[in-house]
Design a binder for this molecule. Structure first.
Ligand SMILES: Nc1ncnc2c1ncn2[C@@H]1O[C@H](COP(=O)(O)OP(=O)(O)OP(=O)(O)O)[C@@H](O)[C@H]1O
Length: 237
């Protein structure tokens, strides 16, 4: 089997003197969609922040494509091909949709079919209709689509989504799920945090459950579906 794309070993992280992650061990293989689950405050966003270089781990290592990245800065990690769609979208109010899609674009060696604005507009036709609108003229759903499209424009090897469907109308949420399924079919490796467990399970190959900064369970979506007692105990649903 090929080496994992991302490897976390004994990952410990926190804020100041408070520890949040207590030794996480997990891998993400190329082409996999992995869901990170757990109730509020269990450390999902902290895990993501640590992977993308926003928070320096206190212990442990993160290896991306065979290269240790836990001591790298966020911009260096992004250049290696890790893209995040952050909680809260963070679109630029004074850039147009189209400017968002060209300003961050990056070509990567070995990407057979790089994302271009045309391909991104085909994925999100709503963005094509809004190409000349500024970030602050978009609805919440459009901003979320733009945040995903912007991350894709960097042609990431690993795409990370933190609560991408948070606060969106059900019809828009469905559009985001449909797009994530399309990306999966194209082989996009993805790590997803989301509250909609049922929907997430339909997408994910593997699920990790975080409980107070530790992975208490991991398994396939079929296994998680069959273990409903875990839902009440660890997911609060
Ligand atoms: N910037 C910060 N400074 C201090 N403590 C923080 C900070 N961010 C998060 N925490 C704490 O770290 C713990 C884990 O939070 P984290 O946001 O990683 O959880 P989560 O599983 O993503 O939950 P949520 O779904 O609520 O975002 C919580 O106790 C939280 O209060």
């Amino acid at each position: 089997m090929n080496a994992p794309l991302l490897c976390c070993r004994g990952l410990e992280a926190g804020y100041g003197t408070s520890r949040v992650l207590f030794g996480l061990d997990f891998d993400i293989r190329a082409g996999e969609v992995v869901a990170l689950l757990g109730r509020n405050g269990m450390g999902k966003s902290t895990t993501i922040r640590t992977i993308v270089g926003g928070l320096r781990p206190q212990r442990g290592e993160i290896v991306f494509e065979g290269r240790p990245i836990h001591a790298e800065r966020a911009d260096a990690i992004a250049r290696l091909g890790v893209a995040i769609v952050p909680e809260g979208r963070q679109c630029f109010p004074n850039l147009t949709v189209h400017e968002h899609l060209v300003a961050f674009a990056a070509r990567r060696n070995g990407v057979a079919e790089p994302w271009t604005p045309a391909r991104l507009y085909a994925l999100f036709p709503r963005l094509a209709e809004r190409a000349d609108h500024l970030g602050n003229q978009l609805s919440g759903g459009e901003q979320q689509m733009l945040a995903i499209a912007r991350a894709l424009s960097t042609n990431p090897r690993l795409l990370i989504l933190d609560e991408a469907t948070e606060g969106l109308a059900p019809v828009i949420r469905e559009e985001i799920w449909r797009c994530l399924a399309l990306l999966k079919a194209q082989g996009q490796t993805t790590l997803v945090v989301d509250k909609y467990v049922e929907r997430l399970m339909a997408l994910a190959d593997r699920n990790l459950i975080l409980e107070r900064g530790r992975i208490t369970w991991q398994g396939s979506s079929a296994e998680l579906d069959a273990r409903r007692e875990l839902w009440g105990r660890y997911l609060g649903v």
